[in-house]
Design a protein around this ligand. Structure first.
Ligand code: GLN
Length: 487
């Protein structure tokens, strides 16, 4: 492998500017790596070589002319396969969209292309981003680069695995209940979910619209901060996008955090925590003390309801969002229907996988008359209580920390037949989506089998800079981030 692929985006940018390597060479090195490795890993649904190399050529032209390069220009990136790149397939890892070619670019894609970031391919995911292990892809499973027998986490498993295995330096994922932070934690990299509305979702295939956010994956906090800067901003095409200026998130990474109040979420430090994860988080607390932070204990009394709330709201919203896949406008249509109704039902029965069907049925039930008040409305009311818990918590603490997940990556198949056990994997991540606050996962050590552990950090809405600052200080107080999967 080209050694430069192991470096951070910041270091790769420097090497490009110093003409140690050309952008075309770097992009080709990424493709060599993918071609050698991805059969084992399964991180990519498709490669977008032409787009990537065209972008890389533009970078090299700019360098030759001595022009200034935009942020992250020339750094290879993997795009989760639920975001549109014009002229290439967007499958959401579903049979129903297996042959769907996107006629337009997502806003994030436009921004990446505008900054001359080569998009090397479309990363595998759980079908329609529903899952925590990436075993729900209709095409193939993703394997964890640290141990191929284990899951990479989901739903953005391909994005996380590709960055952890140095097939790409950066990736985008989407996070509805933890789908960026969980795979980042299982794969030993940084993954960040921004404040709801910070990044436009135009061109992202909707799962649960009141929860979905797009965010960055990288091997360092600095790279993640820069990628967030590239993709953030107001977009008239997404009515939930916030009309606020984009910050230079990497500007404050090195600020002193002396006196910062770090809240430890009590409820996430007890129940079901694996011994090794607990030790790693306790060590993180000690690290923050050494950095001069003040540790406070925080209780989020309604956190225990968050999974129940989520599985009503997310399924209700997905049952509505996925109604558009009906065999008429997009993708797959059953070949042998006798009438219109049969065309709809057969198309959906044949096109969707079991987890997606389960969610559509649960959501339709929660929204049906007679049950709406008991389930959907109740869940909405409970969501407000979870949000209020955070408002109270942030009166006492500047940031909150917890494990990203109570355990490390599990074996492929271990939870595949037990949806409830799978849903519980998201206990630490879901509440941030309910409250719309930003959160990230940063490497925090390894368990006894050498599998990565993630520290989750949460901040109040729009305090991305504070979040990156606290994460960067912790990252640089340790050397976990320098250790790469041996694959
Ligand atoms: N694991 C959660 C689910 O299955 C979250 C998914 C996500 O964030 N997209 O719904």
């Amino acid at each position: 492998m080209n050694e430069l692929l192991k470096k951070s985006a910041a270091e790769q940018s420097k090497a490009l500017k110093n003409k140690e390597i050309s952008a075309v060479e770097l992009t080709n090195a990424a493709f060599d790596r993918i071609e050698k490795l991805d059969e084992k890993l399964g991180a990519f649904n498709s490669l977008t070589k032409e787009t990537a190399l065209n972008t890389a050529k533009k970078v090299d032209e700019k360098i030759a002319k001595g022009e200034e390069l935009p942020l992250l220009a020339g750094v290879p990136l993997a795009l989760k396969d639920n975001m549109n790149l014009k002229g290439s397939k967007t499958t959401a890892s579903s049979k129903i969209l297996e042959n769907f070619v996107s006629p337009f670019n997502a806003t994030v894609t436009e921004k990446l292309l505008g900054n001359l970031v080569p998009i090397v391919g479309k990363a595998n995911l759980d079908e329609f981003a529903m899952g925590s292990s990436n075993e729900n892809s209709a095409f193939k499973k993703v394997h964890n680069p640290w141990d191929l027998k284990k899951v990479p986490g989901g739903s953005s498993g391909g994005s996380a695995a590709s960055v952890a295995a140095c097939e790409a330096t950066l990736a985008l994922g989407s996070d509805t209940g933890g789908s960026i932070r969980l795979p980042a934690s299982f794969c030993g990299i940084v993954g960040m979910k921004p404040t709801y509305g910070r990044v436009s979702r135009y061109g992202l295939i909707a799962f649960a619209s009141s929860l979905d956010q797009i965010g960055p994956f990288a091997r360092t906090v600095e790279d993640a901060a820069n990628l967030l800067e590239v993709i953030s901003g107001h977009d008239p095409k997404d009515s939930t996008s916030l009309n606020l200026p984009v910050e230079h998130y990497a500007a404050n990474l090195n600020n002193d955090i002396k006196g910062m109040k770090v809240g430890v979420i009590k409820e996430l430090m007890t129940e079901g925590l694996s011994e090794d994860v607990q030790k790693a988080i306790e060590k993180a607390i000690e690290d923050y003390k050494k950095l001069g932070a003040e540790i406070v204990e925080i209780s989020l009394p309604n956190l225990k309801h968050s999974i129940g709330i989520y599985y009503i709201l997310a399924t209700a919203e997905c049952s509505s969002n996925l109604a558009r896949f009906d065999g008429v406008r997009y993708g797959y249509r059953t070949p042998d229907a006798k009438n219109l109704m049969e065309m709809y039902t057969k198309t959906r029965a044949e096109g969707f996988g079991p987890e997606v069907k389960r969610r559509i049925m649960l959501g339709t039930y929660a929204l049906s008359s007679g049950y709406y008040d008991a389930y959907y409305k109740k869940a909405q009311q409970m969501r407000a209580l979870v949000t209020q818990d955070f408002v109270e918590a942030f009166k006492k603490a500047d940031i909150l920390i917890s494990p990203t997940c109570p355990n490390t990556a599990f074996e492929l198949g271990a939870k595949a037949s037990d949806p409830l056990a799978m849903y519980l994997t998201d206990i630490a991540t879901i509440s941030a989506n309910l409250a719309g606050i930003p959160g990230l996962s940063v490497p925090a050590g390894f368990d006894r089998d050498g599998m990565p552990i993630g520290l989750q950090i949460l901040a109040p809405q729009l305090q991305e800079s504070r979040l990156f600052n606290a994460a960067h200080k912790f990252e640089r107080a340790n050397d976990y981030y320098l250790k790469l999967a041996n694959i």
